[in-house]
Design a protein around this ligand. Structure first.
Ligand SMILES: Cc1ncc(C[n+]2csc(CCOP(=O)(O)OP(=O)(O)O)c2C)c(N)n1
Length: 626
C-alpha cells in the first residue's frame, strides 16, 4: 500500500504519475472505510483528494503554510502528513481530530472549525513572514460555501490592496452543505461556464482531433496550453477588482494540471486566486448523488450508503421548525432566518412550504442577525435558527442591533451542549455566557418538547428578544412525546427529594435524574428540578429554597463562567441567601472531541461524578453538624 510509505510531503514528491493515480484511489478508500465506521465529513474530503496531493507536491509544509477553511476537508491532508497510522481513530475519544489542530501536528498551521477564516489568517501569516524576512509560501484553501462569509471579503479586500504575497485557492463545487446561496456563487458559475472559454475550448479540441496522426498528441499538449490561454478567455472582474490575479477555472480532479497552475502561481509576488472546480463526493456514487447527505454523516454501510443506526429520535430543531411553520401558515407574521444550516437546524421544510418567509443567507451569521433585526423593525416576527457555537460570531449584532432596540427577535440555538465527535470548535458551551449579560434578553433551556413549545410561545408573545437553547436530540426521559413538562416559565421538580436539591438547566436534566437514582442507592433523597427559563431566574423558586434551608446544587452542560450556576450564585449573594454548594459545569477549558459520555466524565458533569460529589458534600455537612 502506497499510503503506508508516505510520511511527509517529501515522500509524495518521489512518486510518478501511475503511483499518484493509485495513491488517490487509496486515499479515497481509506477515507470511505474510516468515515463509514466513525462518521464524519465524507463528501467534502472525497472532493479534494487530487487538490491536496497537488498542494503537497508543490508546497513543502510545515515550512510553507497551508490553511484549510472550516477544516472539515482535512482528511486527505492528514493522511499525507504523517497521520495515516492513527487515521482509524479519527474523531474518536483521544484519537485524531476531524479538524486541523496545531497541537496535533506541526503540519496544521492554524485551528479551524468555524468557516471563512482562512484568508484572514493567511494574510496575518504572510505579514508575519515578511516582517521576519522569511521566504515561505502561504496558501489558503477556501470553499465556495465559505466564501459566502463576510470575513473572506474583508480579508481579500485587505490583502489585495496591500499586495500580500499569498495564494487563495477557491474550491468551487457548487455546494455549501446543501445548495449554495448568494450572488457570488452565481458569479463563480458564470466563470465556470463562461461562454467564450467553452466555445474556444470546443473549437480547438475538435480541430486538433481532426488532424490525422498528430492530432491526439497535439490535443494532449493542448491540455497544458489551455491552462495558459484560459486567462485570456475567462475574464474575472471580482477578484481582479479586489487586487488579486485570477487563474482558472481549473479541473480539480486533474492532478497534473493542478500542479502546473500551483507552480506557476507560486512564482508570483502578488496575491493570486486559483479557481478550482471539484465535485463533492467524487469517486463514491452515493456521495456524488447526494453530496448534502454525505457532507457530515454518521456511521454508514459502504455498499448501500445507508446510515447504520437510523435514529428514530425526535430532534429539537425539527419540532421547533414545524411548530413555527404551522403558526406561519395560520397567519402569524413569522419569517425564518438560517445561515447555511437549514438541514442541520431542521428548517429545510420552509423552503418548500413557505419559501416567501424563509431566508437562508449563507455562512453569514452576523448579517443574519442584523437582517432579522431589520425584519423585526419592519413589524415581522423573525426567528433566527443557528447553532449555539456559530452564533458566537454575531455577538455584537445581537447586543447592538437587537437588544439595544428591544426588538422581538426569537433566537433558536441548536446543538447547545457537547457536539461530541466534532470537538472543541463545535461544542455549544458558551451560549449562556454571551447571552445572559445582554440587557432585556430572555433565555430558555428546554428539557423536552412541552417546554420547547412553551418557550416558543413565550418568545413570540413578548416585546423583546428571546433565546432558546437546546441540543440536537430530545432526551429520552421526556419520551419525545407531548412532553411531560409544559411549563417553560416556572422551575419544576421532576423528582421529589428531601435531603438536597439539584437544579438542572436544560436537557442535562436527564443526567441529573440518573445522579438522583445513584444517590437513592446511598439513601440520599435528591430532588431534581428542571429549570427551563434561565433568564429571568425563577426568583420565587429560589426564595422558597432559601426558606426551606435545604442544600442545593446546580448542573449544566456549559462553561461555568457566565453560566447558569454562577448566575444563580450571584442572585443568592445579592439576596443574602445561601448559594449553591457546588456548581457542576465545564471549568474554563476547551473540551476535545469524543463520545458524549467521555466528555461528561472529563468535565465532571456525568451522573456518577455528580452523585459522588453530592454524597461527599452531604457527608461533610453531617460531620460539621455533629
Ligand atoms: C461560522 C460557521 N457557520 C456554519 C458552519 C457549518 N458549515 C460547515 S462546512 C459548511 C459548508 C462549507 O461549504 P464549502 O466551504 O463550500 O465547503 P465544501 O464542504 O463544499 O467543500 C458549513 C455551512 C461553520 N463551520 N462555521
Amino acid at each position: 500500500m502506497l499510503l503506508e510509505e508516505i510520511h511527509s510531503p517529501a515522500d509524495l514528491k518521489q512518486l510518478d504519475r501511475t503511483q499518484l493515480d493509485l495513491l488517490a484511489k487509496e486515499i479515497r478508500e481509506e477515507i470511505l472505510q474510516t468515515v463509514s465506521q466513525n462518521g464524519g465529513h465524507l463528501a467534502s474530503n472525497l472532493g479534494v483528494v487530487e487538490l491536496t496531493i497537488a498542494m503537497l507536491r508543490v508546497f513543502s509544509p510545515p515550512k510553507d503554510k497551508i490553511l484549510l477553511d472550516v477544516g472539515h476537508q482535512c482528511y486527505p491532508y492528514k493522511l499525507l502528513t504523517g497521520r495515516f497510522d492513527r487515521f482509524s481513530t479519527l474523531r474518536q475519544w483521544q484519537g485524531i481530530s476531524g479538524f486541523p489542530q496545531p497541537e496535533e501536528s506541526e503540519y496544521d498551521p492554524f485551528t479551524a472549525g468555524h468557516a471563512s477564516t482562512a484568508i484572514s489568517a493567511a494574510v496575518g501569516l504572510s505579514r508575519a513572514r515578511d516582517l521576519q524576512g522569511q521566504d515561505h509560501h502561504v496558501v489558503a484553501l477556501v470553499g465556495d460555501g465559505a466564501l459566502t462569509g463576510g470575513m473572506c471579503y474583508e480579508a481579500l479586500n485587505d490583502a489585495g490592496s496591500s499586495k500580500e504575497r499569498m495564494i487563495v485557492i477557491v474550491n468551487d463545487n457548487g455546494m455549501s452543505i446543501s445548495g449554495i446561496t448568494g450572488a457570488l456563487s452565481g458569479y463563480l458559475t458564470y466563470l465556470r461556464v463562461s461562454k467564450g472559454w467553452i466555445n474556444v475550448k470546443k473549437a480547438i479540441s475538435s480541430l486538433l482531433h481532426h488532424i490525422p496522426v498528430f492530432g491526439n498528441r497535439l490535443f494532449d499538449s493542448f491540455g497544458r496550453f489551455k491552462d495558459n490561454i484560459r486567462n485570456f478567455f475567462v475574464h474575472d472582474k471580482y477578484f481582479s477588482a479586489l487586487g488579486f490575479r485570477y487563474f482558472g477555472p481549473i479541473d480539480g480532479h486533474n492532478e497534473e494540471a493542478l500542479e502546473r497552475i500551483l507552480r506557476r502561481a507560486s512564482q508570483f509576488t502578488e496575491p493570486v486566486v486559483i479557481h478550482v472546480i471539484t465535485q463533492k463526493g467524487h469517486g463514491y456514487q452515493p456521495a456524488e448523488d447526494q453530496p448534502d447527505v454525505f457532507h457530515g454523516i454518521p456511521p454508514f454501510y459502504v455498499e448501500s450508503g445507508a446510515v447504520r443506526k437510523s435514529g428514530g429520535e425526535t430532534m429539537f430543531g425539527r419540532e421547533a421548525s414545524s411548530y413555527l411553520l404551522n403558526k406561519c401558515e395560520q397567519g402569524a407574521p413569522i419569517a425564518a432566518v438560517c445561515a447555511a444550516m437549514a438541514d442541520g437546524t431542521g428548517f429545510s421544510d420552509w423552503k418548500l412550504r413557505r419559501p416567501d418567509r424563509f431566508f437562508d443567507v449563507g455562512i453569514a451569521e452576523e448579517h443574519a442577525v442584523t437582517m432579522a433585526a431589520g425584519l423585526a423593525r419592519g413589524k415581522m416576527r423573525p426567528v433566527v435558527a443557528i447553532y449555539d457555537t456559530f452564533l458566537q460570531r454575531a455577538y455584537d449584532q445581537i447586543l447592538e442591533d437587537v437588544c439595544q432596540q428591544k426588538l422581538p427577535v426569537l433566537f433558536l440555538l441548536d446543538r447547545a451542549g457537547f457536539s461530541a465527535a466534532d470537538g472543541s470548535t463545535h461544542h455549544g458551551v458558551f451560549g449562556l455566557s454571551y447571552l445572559l449579560p445582554m440587557p432585556g434578553m430572555r433565555v430558555y433551556c428546554p428539557a423536552g418538547k412541552g417546554q420547547l413549545i412553551g418557550a416558543i410561545d413565550a418568545g413570540l408573545s413578548v416585546d423583546g428578544p428571546t433565546a432558546i437553547r437546546y441540543p440536537a436530540r430530545m432526551p429520552k426521559w421526556d419520551g419525545g412525546t407531548d412532553g411531560l413538562l409544559k411549563d417553560a416559565e416556572h422551575w419544576t421538580a421532576v423528582r421529589e427529594g428531601t435531603d438536597c436539591v439539584l437544579l438542572c438547566a436544560g436537557a442535562i436534566l436527564e443526567e441529573g435524574l440518573k445522579a438522583a437514582d445513584l444517590l437513592k442507592q446511598q439513601e440520599i433523597s435528591c430532588r431534581v428540578v428542571s429549570c427551563c427559563r434561565v433568564k429571568p431566574l425563577d426568583e420565587e423558586f429560589l426564595k422558597s429554597l432559601a426558606a426551606e434551608n435545604i442544600p442545593f446544587f446546580t448542573l449544566e452542560e456549559h462553561e461555568e463562567i457566565g453560566g447558569f450556576g454562577m448566575y444563580v450564585t450571584g442572585w443568592c449573594r445579592e439576596n443574602g441567601v445561601r448559594d449553591p454548594r457546588k456548581v457542576f459545569a465545564v471549568k474554563d477549558r476547551f473540551v476535545p472531541h469524543g463520545g458524549r459520555k467521555d466528555l461528561l466524565q472529563l468535565c465532571g458533569i456525568d451522573a456518577q461524578t455528580v452523585a459522588d460529589t453530592i454524597e461527599q458534600t452531604m457527608q461533610k455537612q453531617t460531620e460539621n453538624n455533629a
